[in-house]
Write a protein that binds this ligand. Structure first.
Ligand code: PLP
Length: 473
């Protein structure tokens, strides 16, 4: 439905997609005039480096909705890049922040410790996979968590090499960037990279680097690690293997369950630590608090971030006590790590997580996604693969199903068509041909269906439905 109404400044447009009650409310073309004005100021004041998926400036947010400076309301399937599993302005988070702001905003953990840090560390030690003694270090970002996990692994094992994966993303600081796979735009012009980083194929079954097929391959890619020790780097020099349980920036690829079990057993055989980077998969995104739970593995070190503090900058490294305690006093930390405001928000996130049962919501969102998209492969020739775990879902687009040639331009056009219709989505994938869902887990069933109907309309607007559907219809 589209209503139009005259207005001096702009055309009033109210759009509803597939539902009687629409969350999306657009009053201007997108981006609106105020957003455009701010974009001009942004371009004059800020380097071009930081990109924008959607060129709108946000005034406020609530749950899964965002309202821009022109008064347009969007359905947000990006969640601030996966940081808002509890939703925008989750009431418990806002209240905790108000309370904490009136008490203490910063004293620095290294000068005088704050109780929130201790409480959050205790909670993460109890709630991360593995019933062994643990410790948690708090830092400011996912990249910093990854850097610290590697530092700790090196200090404990007294080894230097780190094995990471093709299509992995671990952040943008020097070591994290070195562990990240995608070259453009993350690594262009930023070398030399950190040494002793070795990369091997992930279990990306749709694009298997070994041209094998699951399950007949017997997760060859995981067993291949033993050969890597012979051909690439000796096992005795490897401190850790670091992996995302489900590839995030790399395209929302969920590997077969055995992949990590085999990897972890190979690591154990050689005294190599296994680091699970749960910065994007954590906090219920995949249907459990941490995705490792679903793969039946207990990492030696686990990094979390993004949704940990409802949008406040915070990240963590949790691991076996004896490993975490290796660095000397003063060897770990930073000025803002474990800031009282961020810790207060993070504790409120865990409270909300339990109250709303966000794991159940995540699974429910995954089910709605599966039901809604079940015939999209048949209807849209551009759809190559639909996949994911819990609410961590992605669609990979190809121009040719035989060759699986990536449909990068069309994927960007689909994301563009989505935001013009009031749905914020993100692309992903090393080949830039995946649309991913990072919707706040508090989104209602109706909002999920509404967003998916916008996505469907956007796909149709870029690539018409296949003949097959026309014939059926
Ligand atoms: N690790 C993973 C798996 C991520 O997805 C990200 C960010 O997308 C990072 C690390 C880096 O986190 P940050 O951007 O907070 O530094």
């Amino acid at each position: 439905m589209t209503e139009q109404d005259g207005d001096d400044r702009c055309t009033y447009i109210l759009i509803s997609w597939g539902n009687n009650v629409s969350s999306i409310r657009l009053h201007t073309a997108i981006p609106g005039p105020e957003s455009q004005r701010w974009m001009q100021r942004r371009n004059a004041a800020i380097p071009r480096g930081p990109y924008h998926s959607v060129p709108i400036f946000i005034a406020s947010g609530e749950g899964a909705l965002l309202t821009d400076v022109d008064g347009n309301t969007f359905l947000d399937f990006a969640g601030g890049l996966g940081c808002l599993n509890v939703g925008h302005c989750a009431p418990a988070v806002v209240e905790a922040l108000r309370d904490q702001a009136g008490q203490s905003t910063h004293s620095c953990f290294h000068v005088t410790p704050n109780v929130g840090y201790v409480q959050l560390a205790e909670a993460l030690n109890a709630r991360t996979p593995g019933k062994f003694a643990k410790r948690t270090l708090l830092v400011n970002s996912g990249a910093e968590a990854v850097e610290n996990a590697v530092k700790i692994a090196r200090a404990f094992t007294k080894r230097q090499a780190i094995i990471c994966f093709e299509d992995a993303f671990h952040g943008r600081t020097l070591l994290a960037m070195s562990l990240t796979s995608k070259t453009h735009p993350y690594k262009i012009g930023f070398g030399p990279f950190a040494p002793e980083v070795y990369r091997i194929p992930y279990a990306y079954c749709y694009r298997c680097s070994y041209s094998k097929t699951y399950p007949s391959c017997g997760v060859y890619c995981a067993h291949e690690l033993e050969h890597v020790f012979k051909r690439v780097v000796e096992a005795d020099n490897v401190a850790a293997v670091i992996a995302e349980p489900v590839l995030g920036e790399g395209g929302f690829v969920a590997p077969p369950r055995e992949f990590f079990q085999v990897l972890q057993s190979v690591c154990r055989r050689h005294g190599i630590l296994f680091i699970a980077d749960e910065v994007q998969t954590g906090y219920g995104r995949t249907g459990t608090l941490f995705a490792c739970e679903q793969f039946g593995i207990e990492p030696d070190l686990l990094t979390a971030g993004k949704s940990i503090a409802g949008g406040l900058p915070l990240a963590s490294v949790t691991g076996r006590a004896e490993i975490m305690d290796t660095p000397v006093v003063g060897g770990l930390g930073g000025t803002f790590g474990g800031n009282p405001l961020a810790c207060a928000a993070a504790l409120a996130v865990l409270e909300t997580y339990d109250q709303v049962d966000l794991s159940a919501r995540s699974l429910r969102i995954g089910t709605i996604f599966e039901e809604t998209t079940s015939d999209w492969s048949r209807r849209f020739s551009i759809v190559g693969d639909i996949r994911g775990l819990g609410a961590m879902r992605g669609i990979e687009f190809v121009t040719d199903r035989q060759t699986r040639a990536p449909a990068k331009q069309q994927t960007e056009a689909i994301a563009h068509a989505c935001y013009e219709r009031g749905l914020i989505v993100l692309t992903a994938g090393t080949l830039g041909n995946v649309i991913r869902l990072l919707v706040p887990l508090v989104a209602t069933d109706e909002q999920i269906r509404e967003g998916l109907s916008v996505l469907e309309a956007a796909i149709s607007s870029v690539v018409p439905e296949t003949v097959e559907k026309a014939a059926i219809g």
